[in-house]
Design a protein around this ligand. Structure first.
Ligand SMILES: [Zn+2]
Ligand SMILES: [Zn+2]
Length: 645
């Protein structure tokens, strides 16, 4: 028998029979490993545990602890679902069933509408198939054979997919029991490997996302390797539902959408207006400390400017169509950058003027397809915490580190504990297409960003082929208090556009030079950031940010005047305060204040009136006792000014 040499992750070599599988290798290492093994990585490619190895290779057993294993589990559970569907509804036609981040789905064509009961029934069947621990077999066949087979099974969608495959390679199928699916794999070795799953929801989805096609039923589910992980995920899902910014945004009267205004165009209600003011105040203070200057720019601009900036060429799909005025095309602006460039160019600059930092909460309009719109997270009008920093090459690193530190400062204020910077680089293949064709400049700028991040001791990962068209960018991912991931903001370096705008400064030697430009927006857009904050805090905003800060609850009518006196004083001191003057019992007033998540309730009755005091109730802390009302005001003013969390 032929022998091959495999190299294990620890570097040891082993001679094994050609045709051995990951299963054989895992078994030879130990029963424990075998029990936990899901697939095998051979020469950097993940393949089935039962795939015969026929050449020398570096191998690694993929166990449930490997990150790659979760994908395999999710997708394999989608097969399990499809098998259960065919068992319960033999007439159903199955379409596709991919794995998503923590979930999977399967699209099916079935005339019977699914409901919660059908999901329960399907789950029961899935549990049964899992218990049967059916072996999962991979099979290779020609395109013609595959077509004949799936035609025979009346699987129209699979037939359509196969007919479109243009390959001389063999087509692969996976079979467990009598269920066969078209699939590239890899898969779990047997159905018993997936035990902890749950079907989550049903939605409609057009075949191939095209509204001219038939609407299919999409069943979502999740799967995990342990019961604890499954429960943890379901808990996070429940919390996320409770914290959905669209739900809380409505309940707390922060924003609304109106059909007559248009999709993706939010209306900020007074409570949202307050939050926006607070965020802008924070940004203004922070930017002032770092020597930014504030500017204002119009919402409409001639197409000429966007030709120069490259937006019309590279960004056209996300721009609203032009409106023609006096024979000239005007656009609503998708970005503020070109306007700031024009402000830089409005007067001659010397090296003494640099770094030149321009800031604006600029309003932009972007065309997002209606199917892409999502609450405040994806909108068509937005106000961005924008700024552009023009600097020399020598100043670049320091400026960049300063920007990073501003992010960290904000993270602290908003109690964002988990974040990651993702440095997006260009790709060689994209030069001249997706990216400006300046290979040397790309390398140089990417290196200085990398150095700056290292010097600032920031954690970051690098991803290729995700840069902006004019330079590398850093995407900032943050995780909310319940572990949901958001892409908040980007930070970009631009070495191309300043040249196109002929931006320049006179250096120490009286020579004309082109500055670099840093684009940054640490507080993102108001839309996305407030959407994030709502979910992060679950609507329980810190005192300084809460639209309503204090409510005074008089026990009865005879305490109204006293309550109003306190209100006047607090109001004059810029505290957002109301008095509940309804003739309700105090218990009812407390309950209603709880519902609107007001951070502080001040209860005033006979005792308080006599003592010049208030009885304080703080959200999530309950009663914290009686306090002299002026003294209490000084305390909360300091809490507000410090922007305490
Ligand atoms: Zn598959
Ligand atoms: Zn910009």
């Amino acid at each position: 028998m032929n022998k091959i040499v495999i190299t294990l992750p620890d570097g040891t070599h082993k001679k094994i029979d050609s045709g051995s599988t990951g299963y054989d290798i895992a078994k030879s290492i130990g029963e424990g490993l075998l029990r936990d093994s899901i697939a095998i990585k051979s020469n950097h490619q993940i393949i089935d545990l039962h795939y015969p190895l026929t050449e020398d290779s570096d191998i690694e057993i993929i166990t449930s602890k490997s990150a790659a294993a979760h994908d395999i589990l999710l997708h394999s559970t989608a097969h399990l679902l499809a098998q259960a569907i065919k068992e319960n509804y033999p007439s159903a036609k199955i379409a596709i069933g991919p794995a998503l981040k923590e979930t999977f789905y399967y699209d099916i064509d079935l005339d019977i509408p699914m409901n919660d009961d059908s999901l329960q029934q399907l789950e029961k069947t899935m549990k049964k198939i899992s218990k049967e621990n059916l072996q999962v077999h991979r099979k290779e066949l020609t395109k013609a054979d595959a077509l004949t087979m799936f035609k025979g099974m009346n699987e129209d969608y699979k037939v359509e997919i196969i007919s479109e495959i243009e390959t001389a390679d063999l087509i692969t199928t996976y079979q467990q029991g009598d269920f066969i699916d078209l699939c590239r794999g890899p898969h779990i070795p047997s159905t018993g490997k997936t035990k902890h799953f749950k079907l989550l929801s049903i939605a409609g989805a057009y075949w191939r996302g095209d509204e001219n096609n038939k609407m299919l039923q999409r069943i979502y589910g999740t799967a995990w390797f342990t019961k604890d992980d499954l429960n943890d995920y379901l808990y996070r899902l429940e919390e996320a539902k409770k914290r959905d910014h669209r739900k809380i945004g409505r309940e707390l009267e922060i924003f609304v959408f109106d059909d007559e205004i248009g999709p993706g165009l939010p209306l900020w209600l007074p409570n949202g207006g307050i939050m926006i003011e607070e965020l802008e105040q924070l940004a203004k203070e922070t930017e002032r400390n770092d020597d930014y200057q504030r500017v204002r720019t119009p919402h409409l601009t001639k197409g000429e400017l966007y030709e120069k900036s490259g937006h019309l060429e590279h960004y056209h799909e996300t721009m609203f169509p032009a409106m023609n005025i006096d024979g000239i095309d005007y656009y609503v602006k998708p970005m503020n950058c070109p306007h700031h460039h024009k402000i830089f160019a409005a007067s001659p600059k010397s090296y003494r003027d640099l770094p030149y930092r321009l800031a604006e909460y600029g309003t932009c309009y972007r065309y997002e397809k209606s199917g892409q719109l999502f609450g405040l997270m994806r909108v068509r009008s937005m106000q961005m915490n924008d700024a552009h920093i023009y600097c020399t090459e020598e100043q670049f690193k320091d400026e960049f580190i300063k920007v990073c530190n501003m992010y960290l400062y904000y993270f602290k204020i908003f109690n964002i504990e988990k974040y990651e910077m993702r440095l997006s680089l260009h790709s060689k293949g994209g030069l001249g297409k997706k990216y400006f064709n300046e290979p040397k400049l790309w390398k140089k700028t990417e290196n200085s960003v990398r150095e700056a991040l290292n010097e600032a001791k920031l954690n970051f990962v690098e991803v290729e082929d995700e840069a902006a068209f004019y330079g590398p960018k850093i995407d900032i991912q943050v995780w909310s208090a319940i572990g949901r991931e958001f892409t908040l903001a980007t930070n970009q370096v631009d070495f191309v556009v300043p040249r196109q705008f002929d931006l320049n400064y006179i250096d120490e030697n009286n020579k004309k030079k082109t500055p670099l430009c840093i684009h940054r927006a640490p507080l993102s857009t108001h839309e996305r950031f407030i959407g994030f904050l709502i979910e992060h805090f679950g609507g329980d905003f810190p005192l300084w940010l809460a639209p309503k800060q204090v409510v005074i609850l008089p026990v009865s009518q005879k305490h109204f005047d006293y309550a109003l006196d306190i209100k006047d004083l607090y109001f004059k001191n810029n505290i957002r305060v109301n008095v509940d003057q309804r003739n309700e019992k105090i218990g009812a007033k407390i309950r209603d204040a709880e519902l609107t998540k007001i951070p502080i309730m001040l209860i005033v009755g006979d005792k308080e009136l006599e003592n010049n005091s208030v009885s304080v109730r703080r959200r999530h802390k309950g009663n914290i006792g009686e306090s002299e009302y002026k003294e209490f005001m000084i305390n909360i003013k300091s809490e507000i000014n410090k922007r305490s969390i």
